[in-house]
Each structure stands twice: as structure tokens, then as C-alpha cells.
Design a protein around this ligand. Structure first.
Ligand SMILES: Nc1nc2c([nH]c(=O)n2[C@H]2C[C@H](O)[C@@H](COP(=O)(O)OP(=O)(O)OP(=O)(O)O)O2)c(=O)[nH]1
Length: 131
């Protein structure tokens, strides 16, 4: 089974967290799902370097990348995903959606209202519970 390793950013602005919606794709289980911005780690990159690059590519933002929050291993039908999430701090809500089809800044108690990619559910639950 194919393995994919990604980094994802939990970006906070005051008491809000950034949620971004993936574009339509042929993989119905991630198509149009909400996720945390990020992507695959390239050869030679640290996790934080990969996240910094992805956030510039996807959103043109430069938040402070702080602590590791949670690593999730999730088995999707076509691949095994390992996703490392990090808490990040933004000094503005401004962004440019270069890849995603929508975004929302939500309070943590509202995060469960969105249709998240399955791998993100443990991260969302941890944020709602004890962040
Ligand atoms: N970035 C990100 N990816 C996630 C999350 N949840 C989740 O299941 N994924 C999955 C979807 C994709 O299969 C994979 C990330 O791949 P991607 O396509 O976003 O990464 P990338 O920008 O490096 O992709 P690529 O176009 O270079 O292939 O991880 C999440 O919260 N953030």
C-alpha cells in the first residue's frame, strides 16, 4: 500500500482557527473535504520547512510555526497517510486561496460543524477538547 507523509498547519488568529476546503477530486473521500493547509514533505526538507513552503504556495501566508500538535496515521482506501500537525500563529486573517475552493475562520467549538477529511477528525477532536 502506498504511503504518503504530509505536514498540516493549525493556524490560529486570536480565538479563530483556519479551515480550508479541498477542490473536487476523483478520490471521493477527500473531494471537497475540509482540511488544514499543508502538503507532502519533499526530499531534503524538514517538516517545518515543508510546511513553510506549502503555506506560501497555497495561501501566501507566513505564520509563526510553533509546536507539534498531533501526528495521525490514517488508512484511506488507496494509501496510508501519516500527517504531522503543527500549531501556527498568524498576525492577520488575510490570505489568497491558490488551491482551495473556500476557507473559514472558526472558533474551536464550531470546528465539528464542517465535513472534514477523515484523517483530520482526531486533530479536530483534540482541538475541541483541550486546546
Ligand atoms: N495538507 C493536508 N492534506 C491532508 C489533510 N487531510 C488529509 O487527509 N490530507 C491528505 C489529502 C492528500 O491525499 C494528502 C496531501 O496531499 P496534497 O495533495 O495536499 O499535498 P501536495 O500539495 O504536496 O500535493 P501534490 O499536488 O504535490 O501531490 O493528504 C490535511 O488536513 N491537510
Amino acid at each position: 500500500m502506498k504511503k504518503v507523509e504530509v505536514v498540516a498547519a493549525i493556524i490560529k488568529y486570536e480565538d479563530l482557527i483556519l479551515c480550508v476546503q479541498r477542490a473536487e477530486s476523483k478520490l471521493d473521500y477527500i473531494s471537497k473535504k475540509f482540511e488544514f493547509p499543508g502538503g507532502k514533505i519533499e526530499v531534503g526538507e524538514t517538516k517545518k520547512e515543508a510546511l513553510k513552503r506549502e503555506l506560501i504556495e497555497e495561501l501566501i501566508i507566513h505564520p509563526i510555526i510553533n509546536d507539534h500538535f498531533l501526528t495521525v496515521v490514517h488508512q484511506y482506501p488507496d494509501f496510508e497517510l501519516t500527517m504531522h500537525s503543527f500549531i501556527c500563529i498568524a498576525d492577520s486573517k488575510l490570505l489568497t486561496l491558490n488551491e482551495h475552493i473556500s476557507h473559514q475562520w472558526l472558533k474551536k467549538e464550531d470546528l465539528n460543524k464542517l465535513d472534514w477529511a477523515a484523517a483530520d477528525v482526531p486533530i479536530v477532536n483534540k482541538l475541541v477538547k483541550n486546546d
